[in-house]
Ligand binder design. Structure first.
Ligand SMILES: Nc1ncnc2c1ncn2[C@@H]1O[C@H](CSCC[C@H]([NH3+])C(=O)O)[C@@H](O)[C@H]1O
Length: 393
């Protein structure tokens, strides 16, 4: 006997609930989300999908204003329903403006409308108040959205050549010769938003040093004396990553060094004593020579190829042949079927930094130009970043 659609939907919904609970890791989670997204797009009429895309910038824009006005904080802090009138009093904004801004956000379940023009927070708005997410949201809106909106105009002006050098879309959109990092560093609160964002992006990810075989790859043959350097985190931001690495391997011999530009190193509030801080511009010669590992997380996707080669050459010049390794933690795109997130990140890098996400072939070529060769590409699937291990040719 044929089962009715409604009983099949019910069975599917139970199954989805069970599978969702059993999902073990990021890779499985993203695969499942991909299947859900595909199912949704199959059910949607093409015209509905198109309208969803057309209307996609509007809610994030309303949310940015709501953050900027202090409404997000006021609603979450209230801990109970709060009216638009009360919000207008707290934020000194116009009541009617607040009502209009809150409509798409309640429709998206970012806030709950408990009564007419009365709101309370949801897990989404509550989670968004965490500094890494709030900082990240404001950073993306400020740095990426303007460049993205201007990208079609910019690419018309270049007759649709790929973005491979500076100046690029960010410079055109912001009418500046500077790159994103000097732009951020000129305003400490913007740089703080960015650093919080980068540190926070680790929290939802499995640690690279637990995912990939650090004991065999690095520790086993590292020089056993305490004065040699085990790992340099180049452009390591606040030091969150190298600090976590140190905590994971408390007995590993060797120094841990964090390098970044002056405003970042000087802005660090707290860091394990084991991690040495060093101001270093990676466009100048690498001062730490002969380390076991020079680790770069999310650095090269910020830069066009020619610029990456400069950074890589400075590192290669400091590496000890047969001992030092360059480790790159980034996306390694498949040649076909790039998942949505890294595909979007690539467009982001194009718009904001004249950078790009790269395939394994592109990584090998790039490293080869700096006199380095890839000895291994560690991956756990297409849905998460990989670790490229390279040595001197
Ligand atoms: N010229 C430069 N020299 C050294 N660090 C730089 C330079 N330009 C940008 N950076 C840093 O590069 C980093 C890129 S963001 C990545 C931060 C960190 N590795 C992480 O994965 O969380 C930022 O911390 C910047 O301050």
């Amino acid at each position: 006997m044929e089962t009715s659609i409604s009983s099949r939907i019910e069975a599917l919904s139970k199954d989805i609930e069970l599978i969702s609970k059993d999902v073990q890791n990021e890779d499985e989670k993203r695969k499942l989300q991909g299947i859900f997204a595909q199912a949704t797009s199959k059910l949607q009429q093409p015209v509905e999908s198109i309208w969803e895309i057309i209307m996609s910038p509007h809610a994030p824009t309303a949310l940015m204003v709501v953050i900027q006005m202090g409404i997000l904080k006021a609603v979450v802090d209230a801990g109970k329903p709060i009216t638009a009138k009360e919000l207008a009093n707290i934020t000194k904004g116009d009541e009617m403006l607040i009502i209009r801004l809150m409509r798409p956000l309640t429709a998206k379940n970012i806030f709950l409308e408990t009564d007419i023009t009365t709101y309370t927070s949801t897990p989404i708005s509550q989670t968004l108040t965490a500094p890494p997410l709030l900082g990240g949201y404001q950073f993306m809106f400020d740095c990426a959205t303007r460049s993205l909106a201007n990208l079609p105009t910019y690419l018309t002006s270049t007759s649709y050549t790929d973005v491979v050098s500076t100046p690029g879309p960010f410079q055109a959109a912001n009418n500046t010769a500077d790159g994103m990092f000097p732009y951020l560093m000129a305003t400490p609160s913007k740089m703080a938003n960015f650093n919080a964002f980068m540190a926070g992006s680790l929290e939802t990810r499995p640690d690279w040093f637990r995912t990939f075989p650090v004991p065999t790859m690095l520790l086993a043959d590292a020089k056993p004396d305490a004065s040699s350097v085990l790992l340099v985190d180049v452009g390591g931001g606040n030091g969150h990553d190298v600090e976590a690495f140190g905590r994971a391997f408390p007995d590993a011999e060797g120094r841990l060094v964090l390098q970044d530009l002056t405003p970042v190193i000087e802005g660090i509030q707290r860091l394990d004593a084991r991690v040495e801080r060093q101001v270093h511009d990676f466009f100048t010669p690498q001062p730490v020579r002969g380390a076991r590992a020079y680790y770069f997380r999310y650095i090269f996707h910020d830069w066009p190829d020619d610029v990456c080669v400069q950074i890589m050459k400075h590192t290669a010049a400091a590496m000890e042949k047969g001992y030092s390794k360059m480790l790159i933690f980034e996306w390694v795109l498949p040649e076909k079927g790039v998942p949505l997130y890294p595909a979007l990140l690539d467009i982001n890098m194009m718009a904001v930094l004249n950078g790009r996400e790269r395939t394994e072939r592109q990584w090998r070529e790039l490293l080869g130009r700096a006199g380095l060769k890839v000895v291994d590409v560690h991956k756990v699937g297409e849905e998460s970043e990989g670790l490229i291990e390279a040595v001197l040719e």
